[in-house]
Design a protein. Structure first.
Lengths: 225, 218
Protein backbone atom coordinates (compact mmCIF):
# COMPACT_ATOMS: atom_id res chain seq x y z
CA UNK A 1 0.00 0.00 0.00
CA UNK A 2 3.00 2.30 -0.46
CA UNK A 3 1.68 4.21 -3.45
CA UNK A 4 -1.61 5.18 -1.83
CA UNK A 5 -1.55 8.70 -0.45
CA UNK A 6 -3.19 8.69 2.93
CA UNK A 7 -5.51 11.69 3.08
CA UNK A 8 -6.29 13.32 6.40
CA UNK A 9 -8.31 10.98 8.60
CA UNK A 10 -11.99 11.24 7.58
CA UNK A 11 -14.55 11.65 10.33
CA UNK A 12 -16.44 8.73 11.75
CA UNK A 13 -19.60 10.17 10.26
CA UNK A 14 -18.17 9.89 6.76
CA UNK A 15 -17.20 6.23 7.34
CA UNK A 16 -20.58 5.32 8.72
CA UNK A 17 -22.26 7.31 5.95
CA UNK A 18 -20.37 5.48 3.21
CA UNK A 19 -21.31 2.08 4.56
CA UNK A 20 -24.91 3.13 5.10
CA UNK A 21 -25.25 4.32 1.52
CA UNK A 22 -23.59 1.15 0.24
CA UNK A 23 -25.88 -1.01 2.34
CA UNK A 24 -28.94 0.93 1.25
CA UNK A 25 -28.10 0.61 -2.46
CA UNK A 26 -27.32 -3.08 -2.03
CA UNK A 27 -30.67 -3.57 -0.32
CA UNK A 28 -32.50 -1.86 -3.15
CA UNK A 29 -30.79 -3.96 -5.79
CA UNK A 30 -31.47 -7.16 -3.87
CA UNK A 31 -35.11 -6.38 -3.32
CA UNK A 32 -35.54 -5.63 -7.01
CA UNK A 33 -33.86 -8.87 -8.05
CA UNK A 34 -35.90 -10.85 -5.55
CA UNK A 35 -39.17 -9.41 -6.83
CA UNK A 36 -38.10 -10.00 -10.41
CA UNK A 37 -37.08 -13.65 -10.01
CA UNK A 38 -39.55 -14.85 -7.37
CA UNK A 39 -42.38 -15.79 -9.78
CA UNK A 40 -40.03 -17.89 -11.94
CA UNK A 41 -38.42 -19.56 -8.93
CA UNK A 42 -41.79 -20.45 -7.41
CA UNK A 43 -43.04 -21.74 -10.75
CA UNK A 44 -39.91 -23.89 -11.13
CA UNK A 45 -40.33 -25.41 -7.69
CA UNK A 46 -44.03 -26.05 -8.38
CA UNK A 47 -43.28 -27.71 -11.70
CA UNK A 48 -40.60 -29.91 -10.13
CA UNK A 49 -42.97 -31.00 -7.35
CA UNK A 50 -45.76 -31.66 -9.81
CA UNK A 51 -43.50 -33.75 -12.00
CA UNK A 52 -42.39 -35.76 -8.95
CA UNK A 53 -45.95 -36.42 -7.73
CA UNK A 54 -47.10 -37.37 -11.22
CA UNK A 55 -44.23 -39.81 -11.49
CA UNK A 56 -44.58 -41.61 -8.17
CA UNK A 57 -48.32 -42.09 -8.52
CA UNK A 58 -48.64 -43.31 -12.12
CA UNK A 59 -51.66 -42.03 -14.01
CA UNK A 60 -52.05 -38.84 -11.99
CA UNK A 61 -53.58 -35.91 -13.82
CA UNK A 62 -54.25 -33.54 -10.92
CA UNK A 63 -53.29 -33.21 -7.30
CA UNK A 64 -54.29 -31.55 -4.04
CA UNK A 65 -52.03 -30.53 -1.20
CA UNK A 66 -52.80 -31.91 2.25
CA UNK A 67 -51.33 -30.95 5.60
CA UNK A 68 -51.19 -32.87 8.83
CA UNK A 69 -53.40 -31.23 11.44
CA UNK A 70 -53.12 -33.17 14.66
CA UNK A 71 -54.02 -36.75 13.89
CA UNK A 72 -55.47 -36.30 10.41
CA UNK A 73 -54.44 -34.93 7.06
CA UNK A 74 -56.68 -32.11 5.87
CA UNK A 75 -56.75 -30.13 2.65
CA UNK A 76 -54.26 -27.27 2.76
CA UNK A 77 -55.85 -23.84 2.63
CA UNK A 78 -52.65 -21.85 2.38
CA UNK A 79 -52.57 -20.82 6.03
CA UNK A 80 -50.54 -23.81 7.18
CA UNK A 81 -47.19 -23.62 8.88
CA UNK A 82 -44.20 -23.74 6.55
CA UNK A 83 -42.79 -26.77 8.37
CA UNK A 84 -46.04 -28.68 8.47
CA UNK A 85 -46.00 -32.30 7.33
CA UNK A 86 -47.52 -32.42 3.87
CA UNK A 87 -48.85 -35.07 1.54
CA UNK A 88 -50.39 -34.82 -1.89
CA UNK A 89 -53.60 -36.50 -2.92
CA UNK A 90 -53.22 -37.69 -6.50
CA UNK A 91 -56.27 -37.92 -8.77
CA UNK A 92 -56.42 -39.71 -12.07
CA UNK A 93 -58.53 -39.37 -15.17
CA UNK A 94 -62.16 -38.73 -14.23
CA UNK A 95 -61.27 -37.46 -10.78
CA UNK A 96 -60.77 -40.84 -9.10
CA UNK A 97 -58.39 -40.84 -6.14
CA UNK A 98 -55.37 -42.91 -7.13
CA UNK A 99 -53.33 -42.54 -4.00
CA UNK A 100 -51.09 -40.23 -2.06
CA UNK A 101 -47.62 -38.88 -2.66
CA UNK A 102 -45.66 -38.58 0.58
CA UNK A 103 -42.42 -36.66 0.87
CA UNK A 104 -39.96 -38.15 3.37
CA UNK A 105 -36.39 -37.70 4.43
CA UNK A 106 -33.83 -39.31 6.66
CA UNK A 107 -30.12 -39.91 7.08
CA UNK A 108 -28.30 -41.65 4.23
CA UNK A 109 -24.66 -42.64 4.01
CA UNK A 110 -23.31 -39.10 3.65
CA UNK A 111 -26.15 -36.68 4.14
CA UNK A 112 -29.90 -36.48 4.35
CA UNK A 113 -31.74 -38.29 1.58
CA UNK A 114 -34.95 -36.56 0.52
CA UNK A 115 -37.43 -38.56 -1.46
CA UNK A 116 -41.08 -38.72 -2.39
CA UNK A 117 -43.10 -41.89 -2.78
CA UNK A 118 -46.53 -42.84 -3.96
CA UNK A 119 -48.89 -44.92 -1.81
CA UNK A 120 -52.06 -46.61 -2.95
CA UNK A 121 -54.31 -47.05 0.12
CA UNK A 122 -56.73 -49.45 -1.61
CA UNK A 123 -54.01 -52.09 -1.98
CA UNK A 124 -51.65 -50.83 0.76
CA UNK A 125 -48.87 -50.81 -1.81
CA UNK A 126 -46.14 -48.35 -2.61
CA UNK A 127 -46.49 -47.52 -6.30
CA UNK A 128 -43.42 -45.42 -6.99
CA UNK A 129 -40.44 -43.69 -5.41
CA UNK A 130 -38.19 -40.89 -6.52
CA UNK A 131 -35.09 -39.56 -4.77
CA UNK A 132 -35.28 -35.78 -4.76
CA UNK A 133 -32.04 -34.87 -3.06
CA UNK A 134 -29.03 -36.84 -1.90
CA UNK A 135 -25.28 -36.59 -1.66
CA UNK A 136 -24.53 -40.31 -1.78
CA UNK A 137 -21.16 -41.42 -3.09
CA UNK A 138 -20.96 -41.01 -6.88
CA UNK A 139 -20.70 -44.37 -8.58
CA UNK A 140 -21.79 -46.34 -5.51
CA UNK A 141 -24.50 -44.89 -3.27
CA UNK A 142 -25.93 -42.75 -6.03
CA UNK A 143 -27.27 -45.91 -7.65
CA UNK A 144 -30.33 -45.42 -5.45
CA UNK A 145 -31.45 -42.90 -8.07
CA UNK A 146 -29.25 -43.76 -11.04
CA UNK A 147 -30.05 -47.45 -11.21
CA UNK A 148 -33.46 -47.82 -12.89
CA UNK A 149 -33.73 -51.39 -11.57
CA UNK A 150 -33.64 -50.17 -7.98
CA UNK A 151 -36.30 -47.55 -8.62
CA UNK A 152 -38.43 -50.23 -10.29
CA UNK A 153 -38.38 -52.22 -7.05
CA UNK A 154 -40.74 -49.60 -5.63
CA UNK A 155 -43.23 -49.64 -8.48
CA UNK A 156 -45.37 -52.25 -6.74
CA UNK A 157 -44.28 -52.97 -3.23
CA UNK A 158 -46.34 -54.23 -0.33
CA UNK A 159 -46.04 -52.21 2.89
CA UNK A 160 -47.32 -54.91 5.24
CA UNK A 161 -45.39 -56.53 6.69
CA UNK A 162 -42.67 -53.92 6.92
CA UNK A 163 -40.48 -53.56 3.80
CA UNK A 164 -37.28 -55.54 3.98
CA UNK A 165 -34.02 -55.21 2.07
CA UNK A 166 -32.61 -58.52 0.94
CA UNK A 167 -29.40 -59.45 -0.78
CA UNK A 168 -29.42 -58.64 -4.46
CA UNK A 169 -31.20 -61.26 -6.52
CA UNK A 170 -32.94 -63.07 -3.65
CA UNK A 171 -36.02 -60.90 -3.24
CA UNK A 172 -39.22 -62.73 -4.07
CA UNK A 173 -41.89 -61.76 -1.55
CA UNK A 174 -43.98 -58.66 -2.41
CA UNK A 175 -42.56 -56.71 0.54
CA UNK A 176 -38.91 -57.42 -0.28
CA UNK A 177 -36.55 -55.05 -2.04
CA UNK A 178 -33.40 -56.17 -3.81
CA UNK A 179 -30.54 -54.22 -2.27
CA UNK A 180 -27.79 -52.76 -4.45
CA UNK A 181 -24.37 -54.35 -4.33
CA UNK A 182 -21.94 -51.60 -3.34
CA UNK A 183 -24.69 -49.36 -2.05
CA UNK A 184 -25.88 -51.43 0.88
CA UNK A 185 -26.13 -48.56 3.33
CA UNK A 186 -27.78 -46.20 0.88
CA UNK A 187 -30.38 -48.71 -0.27
CA UNK A 188 -31.13 -49.72 3.31
CA UNK A 189 -31.48 -46.04 4.21
CA UNK A 190 -34.11 -45.55 1.52
CA UNK A 191 -36.14 -48.47 2.83
CA UNK A 192 -35.74 -47.31 6.43
CA UNK A 193 -36.99 -43.84 5.48
CA UNK A 194 -40.03 -45.41 3.80
CA UNK A 195 -40.80 -47.67 6.76
CA UNK A 196 -40.50 -44.85 9.27
CA UNK A 197 -42.73 -42.56 7.27
CA UNK A 198 -45.23 -45.37 6.75
CA UNK A 199 -45.41 -46.03 10.48
CA UNK A 200 -45.82 -42.33 11.18
CA UNK A 201 -48.30 -41.29 8.53
CA UNK A 202 -50.23 -44.10 6.88
CA UNK A 203 -52.98 -44.30 9.52
CA UNK A 204 -53.40 -40.52 9.35
CA UNK A 205 -54.23 -40.41 5.65
CA UNK A 206 -57.82 -39.35 5.01
CA UNK A 207 -60.41 -41.84 3.84
CA UNK A 208 -61.46 -41.69 0.21
CA UNK A 209 -64.85 -40.11 0.94
CA UNK A 210 -63.40 -37.60 3.41
CA UNK A 211 -61.63 -35.84 0.56
CA UNK A 212 -63.12 -33.23 -1.72
CA UNK A 213 -63.29 -34.14 -5.41
CA UNK A 214 -60.33 -33.59 -7.68
CA UNK A 215 -59.45 -29.98 -8.38
CA UNK A 216 -60.70 -28.77 -11.74
CA UNK A 217 -57.56 -26.82 -12.63
CA UNK A 218 -56.05 -28.04 -15.88
CA UNK A 219 -53.20 -30.33 -15.01
CA UNK A 220 -50.92 -29.43 -17.92
CA UNK A 221 -52.47 -32.18 -19.95
CA UNK A 222 -51.48 -32.64 -23.55
CA UNK A 223 -55.11 -32.99 -24.57
CA UNK A 224 -56.11 -29.66 -23.09
CA UNK A 225 -55.79 -27.96 -26.46
CA UNK B 1 -13.14 12.03 -24.02
CA UNK B 2 -10.52 11.61 -26.72
CA UNK B 3 -10.76 8.63 -29.06
CA UNK B 4 -8.68 5.66 -27.89
CA UNK B 5 -5.18 5.56 -29.30
CA UNK B 6 -3.43 2.40 -30.42
CA UNK B 7 -1.54 2.50 -27.15
CA UNK B 8 -4.75 2.47 -25.14
CA UNK B 9 -6.07 -0.47 -27.10
CA UNK B 10 -2.84 -2.38 -26.57
CA UNK B 11 -2.99 -1.68 -22.84
CA UNK B 12 -6.60 -2.82 -22.63
CA UNK B 13 -5.75 -5.97 -24.52
CA UNK B 14 -2.81 -6.65 -22.22
CA UNK B 15 -4.98 -6.26 -19.12
CA UNK B 16 -7.47 -8.67 -20.63
CA UNK B 17 -5.07 -11.36 -21.78
CA UNK B 18 -2.80 -11.54 -18.73
CA UNK B 19 -5.47 -13.29 -16.64
CA UNK B 20 -6.00 -16.04 -19.16
CA UNK B 21 -2.49 -17.44 -19.23
CA UNK B 22 0.47 -15.56 -17.74
CA UNK B 23 -1.26 -14.64 -14.48
CA UNK B 24 -3.96 -17.29 -14.55
CA UNK B 25 -5.77 -16.98 -11.21
CA UNK B 26 -5.91 -20.71 -10.55
CA UNK B 27 -2.81 -22.18 -12.12
CA UNK B 28 -0.36 -19.32 -11.54
CA UNK B 29 -1.72 -17.24 -8.67
CA UNK B 30 -3.33 -20.26 -7.00
CA UNK B 31 -6.32 -18.21 -5.83
CA UNK B 32 -9.90 -19.29 -5.23
CA UNK B 33 -9.04 -22.88 -4.36
CA UNK B 34 -12.30 -23.59 -2.54
CA UNK B 35 -14.58 -23.55 -5.60
CA UNK B 36 -11.76 -24.91 -7.76
CA UNK B 37 -11.63 -28.10 -5.74
CA UNK B 38 -15.25 -28.34 -4.65
CA UNK B 39 -17.38 -27.95 -7.75
CA UNK B 40 -15.19 -29.26 -10.56
CA UNK B 41 -16.57 -32.80 -10.39
CA UNK B 42 -18.30 -32.32 -13.71
CA UNK B 43 -17.75 -30.04 -16.68
CA UNK B 44 -21.16 -28.42 -16.48
CA UNK B 45 -20.75 -27.54 -12.79
CA UNK B 46 -17.31 -26.11 -13.47
CA UNK B 47 -18.65 -24.04 -16.34
CA UNK B 48 -21.55 -22.72 -14.28
CA UNK B 49 -19.26 -21.80 -11.39
CA UNK B 50 -16.78 -20.13 -13.75
CA UNK B 51 -19.51 -18.14 -15.45
CA UNK B 52 -21.10 -17.06 -12.17
CA UNK B 53 -17.74 -15.97 -10.77
CA UNK B 54 -16.90 -14.06 -13.95
CA UNK B 55 -20.23 -12.23 -13.85
CA UNK B 56 -19.74 -11.23 -10.21
CA UNK B 57 -16.13 -10.21 -10.83
CA UNK B 58 -16.95 -8.01 -13.83
CA UNK B 59 -19.89 -6.24 -12.17
CA UNK B 60 -17.97 -5.66 -8.94
CA UNK B 61 -14.83 -4.43 -10.70
CA UNK B 62 -16.64 -1.81 -12.75
CA UNK B 63 -18.61 -0.55 -9.78
CA UNK B 64 -15.60 -0.46 -7.47
CA UNK B 65 -13.55 1.30 -10.13
CA UNK B 66 -16.26 3.95 -10.49
CA UNK B 67 -16.76 4.43 -6.77
CA UNK B 68 -13.22 4.03 -5.47
CA UNK B 69 -12.69 7.81 -5.27
CA UNK B 70 -15.61 8.25 -2.91
CA UNK B 71 -14.80 5.40 -0.55
CA UNK B 72 -12.60 6.29 2.43
CA UNK B 73 -9.75 3.79 2.57
CA UNK B 74 -10.61 2.78 6.15
CA UNK B 75 -13.86 1.18 5.05
CA UNK B 76 -12.88 0.12 1.54
CA UNK B 77 -12.71 -3.61 2.24
CA UNK B 78 -16.13 -3.64 3.91
CA UNK B 79 -17.59 -1.68 1.02
CA UNK B 80 -16.05 -4.04 -1.54
CA UNK B 81 -17.50 -6.99 0.34
CA UNK B 82 -20.95 -5.36 0.32
CA UNK B 83 -20.65 -4.80 -3.43
CA UNK B 84 -19.48 -8.37 -4.07
CA UNK B 85 -22.06 -9.93 -1.78
CA UNK B 86 -24.84 -8.03 -3.51
CA UNK B 87 -23.83 -9.25 -6.95
CA UNK B 88 -23.38 -12.80 -5.68
CA UNK B 89 -26.93 -12.78 -4.35
CA UNK B 90 -28.21 -11.36 -7.63
CA UNK B 91 -26.44 -14.15 -9.54
CA UNK B 92 -27.78 -16.68 -7.03
CA UNK B 93 -31.39 -15.59 -7.66
CA UNK B 94 -30.85 -15.42 -11.40
CA UNK B 95 -29.43 -18.94 -11.57
CA UNK B 96 -32.23 -20.24 -9.36
CA UNK B 97 -34.72 -18.83 -11.84
CA UNK B 98 -32.91 -19.80 -15.05
CA UNK B 99 -31.27 -23.13 -14.22
CA UNK B 100 -32.63 -24.66 -10.99
CA UNK B 101 -30.82 -27.95 -11.60
CA UNK B 102 -27.42 -26.29 -11.79
CA UNK B 103 -28.28 -24.14 -8.80
CA UNK B 104 -29.03 -27.28 -6.79
CA UNK B 105 -25.72 -28.86 -7.78
CA UNK B 106 -23.64 -25.82 -6.85
CA UNK B 107 -25.56 -25.36 -3.61
CA UNK B 108 -23.68 -23.48 -0.93
CA UNK B 109 -20.65 -22.90 -3.12
CA UNK B 110 -22.55 -20.31 -5.08
CA UNK B 111 -22.94 -18.11 -2.02
CA UNK B 112 -19.33 -18.76 -1.16
CA UNK B 113 -18.25 -16.77 -4.24
CA UNK B 114 -18.41 -13.85 -1.80
CA UNK B 115 -15.28 -15.06 -0.07
CA UNK B 116 -13.43 -16.02 -3.23
CA UNK B 117 -10.16 -14.19 -2.66
CA UNK B 118 -9.73 -13.80 -6.41
CA UNK B 119 -12.60 -11.31 -6.51
CA UNK B 120 -11.65 -9.25 -3.48
CA UNK B 121 -8.04 -9.40 -4.64
CA UNK B 122 -8.84 -7.89 -8.04
CA UNK B 123 -10.81 -5.06 -6.43
CA UNK B 124 -7.97 -4.15 -4.12
CA UNK B 125 -5.11 -4.75 -6.56
CA UNK B 126 -6.61 -3.44 -9.77
CA UNK B 127 -10.15 -2.08 -9.96
CA UNK B 128 -9.78 0.49 -7.18
CA UNK B 129 -6.82 2.18 -8.85
CA UNK B 130 -7.67 1.94 -12.55
CA UNK B 131 -10.37 3.45 -14.79
CA UNK B 132 -13.57 1.44 -15.35
CA UNK B 133 -12.79 0.24 -18.86
CA UNK B 134 -9.45 -1.23 -17.81
CA UNK B 135 -11.06 -2.71 -14.69
CA UNK B 136 -13.63 -4.37 -16.93
CA UNK B 137 -10.93 -5.82 -19.20
CA UNK B 138 -8.96 -7.06 -16.21
CA UNK B 139 -12.04 -8.63 -14.65
CA UNK B 140 -13.11 -10.24 -17.91
CA UNK B 141 -9.64 -11.71 -18.44
CA UNK B 142 -9.29 -12.96 -14.88
CA UNK B 143 -12.80 -14.35 -14.92
CA UNK B 144 -12.23 -16.11 -18.21
CA UNK B 145 -8.93 -17.50 -16.94
CA UNK B 146 -10.67 -18.78 -13.81
CA UNK B 147 -13.54 -20.27 -15.81
CA UNK B 148 -11.17 -21.98 -18.26
CA UNK B 149 -9.10 -23.42 -15.43
CA UNK B 150 -12.23 -24.76 -13.74
CA UNK B 151 -13.49 -26.17 -17.02
CA UNK B 152 -10.14 -27.87 -17.59
CA UNK B 153 -10.32 -29.55 -14.19
CA UNK B 154 -14.02 -30.32 -14.46
CA UNK B 155 -13.74 -31.86 -17.91
CA UNK B 156 -10.73 -34.00 -16.98
CA UNK B 157 -12.37 -35.20 -13.77
CA UNK B 158 -15.67 -35.99 -15.43
CA UNK B 159 -14.06 -37.91 -18.28
CA UNK B 160 -11.93 -40.02 -15.93
CA UNK B 161 -14.37 -40.34 -13.06
CA UNK B 162 -17.63 -40.76 -14.88
CA UNK B 163 -16.69 -41.64 -18.46
CA UNK B 164 -18.68 -38.72 -19.79
CA UNK B 165 -18.31 -35.09 -20.84
CA UNK B 166 -21.13 -32.59 -20.24
CA UNK B 167 -23.25 -35.60 -19.33
CA UNK B 168 -22.69 -37.34 -22.67
CA UNK B 169 -21.29 -40.81 -22.21
CA UNK B 170 -18.00 -41.22 -24.06
CA UNK B 171 -16.83 -44.78 -23.70
CA UNK B 172 -19.95 -46.88 -23.46
CA UNK B 173 -20.77 -49.43 -20.82
CA UNK B 174 -17.45 -51.27 -20.81
CA UNK B 175 -15.64 -48.30 -19.25
CA UNK B 176 -15.03 -48.70 -15.53
CA UNK B 177 -15.15 -45.15 -14.15
CA UNK B 178 -12.31 -43.99 -11.97
CA UNK B 179 -14.66 -42.96 -9.19
CA UNK B 180 -12.04 -41.28 -7.02
CA UNK B 181 -11.69 -38.54 -9.63
CA UNK B 182 -15.21 -37.20 -9.02
CA UNK B 183 -14.80 -37.49 -5.25
CA UNK B 184 -13.03 -34.71 -3.32
CA UNK B 185 -9.57 -36.35 -3.44
CA UNK B 186 -9.77 -36.36 -7.24
CA UNK B 187 -9.85 -32.58 -7.19
CA UNK B 188 -6.56 -32.44 -5.33
CA UNK B 189 -4.97 -35.07 -7.59
CA UNK B 190 -6.00 -33.33 -10.80
CA UNK B 191 -5.06 -29.86 -9.55
CA UNK B 192 -1.69 -31.23 -8.42
CA UNK B 193 -0.99 -32.69 -11.83
CA UNK B 194 -1.89 -29.47 -13.63
CA UNK B 195 0.10 -27.27 -11.23
CA UNK B 196 3.04 -29.59 -11.78
CA UNK B 197 2.85 -29.02 -15.52
CA UNK B 198 2.68 -25.27 -15.02
CA UNK B 199 5.66 -25.07 -12.70
CA UNK B 200 7.64 -27.41 -14.97
CA UNK B 201 7.03 -25.00 -17.80
CA UNK B 202 8.06 -22.06 -15.61
CA UNK B 203 11.26 -23.82 -14.50
CA UNK B 204 12.22 -24.61 -18.05
CA UNK B 205 11.63 -21.01 -19.01
CA UNK B 206 13.99 -19.85 -16.26
CA UNK B 207 16.68 -22.30 -17.29
CA UNK B 208 16.47 -21.54 -21.00
CA UNK B 209 15.59 -17.87 -21.28
CA UNK B 210 16.41 -17.77 -25.03
CA UNK B 211 14.01 -20.57 -25.85
CA UNK B 212 11.37 -18.91 -23.75
CA UNK B 213 11.73 -15.54 -25.43
CA UNK B 214 11.46 -17.24 -28.78
CA UNK B 215 8.35 -18.99 -27.59
CA UNK B 216 6.90 -15.68 -26.53
CA UNK B 217 7.78 -14.01 -29.82
CA UNK B 218 6.14 -16.79 -31.75
Amino acid sequence: MSDVQVPPEPGALRLVGTLTVAGFLAGLLLAATYELTLPTITANAQAALRAAVFQVVPGTTSMRKLVLAGERFVVADGSEDKNATVAYAAYGEGGALLGFALPADGPGFQDTIKLIYGYDPSRAHIVGMQVLESRETPGLGDKIFKDPKFAAEFDDLACTPEIKVVKHGTGSAPHEVDGITGATISSKSVVRILNEQNRRLLDKLPARDALPPAPTEPAQKEDSK
Amino acid sequence: MSPPTAQDTARAYREFSKGIWQENPVFVQVLGMCPTLAVTNSAINALAMGTATTAVLMCSSVLVSLLARFIPSQVRISTYVIVIATFVTVVDFALQAIAPAVHKELGAFLSLIVVNCLILGRQEAFAARNPPHLALMDAAGMGLGFALALLCLGAAREVLGNGSLFGVSLFGKSFEPWVVMVLPPGGFLMLGVILLLFSYRLQRKKRHPEAASQEQAA
